[in-house]
Design a protein around this ligand. Structure first.
Ligand code: TYD
Ligand code: ZN
Length: 407
């Protein structure tokens, strides 16, 4: 039996998605023989209630010089991070003298650029060299290393304590969460705050959005598991703020124990999570059954369309879609190609299923009959943009929260 990555207790493995490739591992045909696979199986800790992966590929296999994820591709995410930065400046940083902000996993600088523009001392920590380079060319101070206590000491020596440590869609990527919590605790001022957001377990269970489960997401957090994990390192959960991003996320605010008064929203959220059974195995057994039903329905739709010789393409070569395509058993007989706006993905094949990824222009050139909305978390933005696809008679295939074909 495996041990919890946070508290060391035995964890409860309730399902497996089978052998999976690296979710962002888009590849060329030549690279197929070397493709890396691992067992994607989530587990639940009955002691600290952390939802986690049992096995995770080495970080170097996921985050490297050609990491195919650039945060700044979506307009919605651009707006989201402008607001996030605005909230931090108007909130925790208000009235502070010469504040210092550190962001973990700062990607191409989508959030830090707002601090830079406001003349605020900032530092991005981004291990993926290619995206970090983009940030640096934009004048954002960035170092390319993985964060833990050692690096925290180095940052401390160079820049002093931080008023705020921020992270968006990063904390859930880091397998040694205790080491990060330890590093953050050391880096923060006595009245500093840690603010991070990640996909929320409550939304994932509610929407059966099992595609949140992939190699990079070693944890899917709840307020309960975050409060437990960080309390072990002297950090207290003082606020929770639900977000619409990534199909339902939660922003967590933490501070050195006793330094801030916790918002009543924290206790309300913890009670809500107990009410929905997020702290007990039954919720996860039911989730497994819903995943199986979703897979069956989605493949029924795709098999029927293949029989009727309809053209089906995928919309958005997301990391999430790697879990869906591999778990459901899709291949290029179901999906002709995946349309995506990210140049680095063009001409590549999807991980594991080897479906071609093509530029968005190919989708527009000759609309297919159906498009699987893999980037469902950007659904509103995409539907608004794709009126011509619908006008041409095209239909969307949705699978979150339920499998549904709709104009
Ligand atoms: P994202 O939502 O970040 O999902 P994940 O974290 O699962 O990778 O990725 C969105 C992907 O979809 C990205 O590759 C860009 C692509 N995309 C489009 O092709 N067209 C669009 O209109 C949008 C919003 C995204
Ligand atoms: Zn645990």
């Amino acid at each position: 039996m495996s041990a919890c990555r946070v508290c060391g207790s035995p964890i409860y493995a309730f399902m497996t998605f089978g052998r999976m490739p690296i979710a962002n591992g888009f590849l060329t045909p030549k690279e197929i023989p070397q493709e890396h696979f691992f067992e994607l199986a989530p587990a639940f800790c009955d002691a600290c209630h952390m939802f986690q992966l049992i096995e995770q590929p080495a970080p170097e296999k996921m985050f490297h010089g050609s990491y195919a994820f650039y945060s700044s591709t979506s307009n919605y995410m651009q707006r989201h991070f402008a607001e996030f930065a605005g909230d931090v400046m108007a909130g925790v940083l208000a009235g502070r003298k010469d504040p210092f902000v550190v962001e973990l996993g700062s990607n191409d600088g989508i959030m830090l650029r707002h601090f830079k523009n406001a003349g605020i001392r900032h530092l991005g920590i981004e291990p993926s060299q290619n995206v970090a380079d983009v940030a640096r060319t934009r004048g954002i101070n960035t170092i390319s290393e993985f964060f833990a206590k050692d690096l925290a000491s180095k940052v401390l020596a160079l820049h002093g304590h931080a008023d705020a440590v921020l992270a968006a869609n990063v904390m859930c990527h880091i397998p040694d969460l205790p080491a990060v919590a330890e590093g953050v605790r050391a880096l923060l001022k006595p009245d500093g705050v840690l603010i991070f957001e990640d996909p929320y377990l409550g939304d994932m269970l509610e929407k059966t959005s099992y595609d949140q489960i992939y190699d990079e997401h070693v944890f899917v957090f709840s307020a309960t598991s975050v409060a437990n994990a960080f309390a072990r390192h002297g950090l207290e959960l003082i606020d929770v703020i639900p977000q619409k991003t990534h199909g339902g996320s939660m922003r967590y605010v933490l501070a050195p124990m006793g330094s801030h008064r916790a918002s009543p929203k924290v206790e309300i959220r913890l009670r809500w999570e107990r009410f929905w059974g997020l702290d007990a195995p039954t919720a996860y057994q039911r989730f497994k059954q819903r995943c199986e039903i979703s897979r069956e329905r989605l493949m029924d739709v795709l098999t029927d369309l293949r029989k009727r010789k309809k053209r089906v393409v995928g919309y958005g070569a997301t990391s999430k879609s790697t879990t869906v395509m591999n778990y459901c058993g899709m291949d290029s007989s179901h999906i002709e190609f995946i349309s995506d706006t990210t140049p680095i993905k063009h001409g590549k094949l999807t991980p594991g299923t080897h479906i071609p990824v093509r530029p968005y222009e190919e989708f527009v050139k000759e609309y297919p009959h159906y498009a699987v909305l893999f980037a469902w978390n950007h659904g509103a933005e995409i539907r608004a943009k794709e009126a011509a696809f619908i006008a041409s008679g095209g239909k969307w295939i949705h699978f979150v929260p339920e499998v549904k074909v709709a104009a």
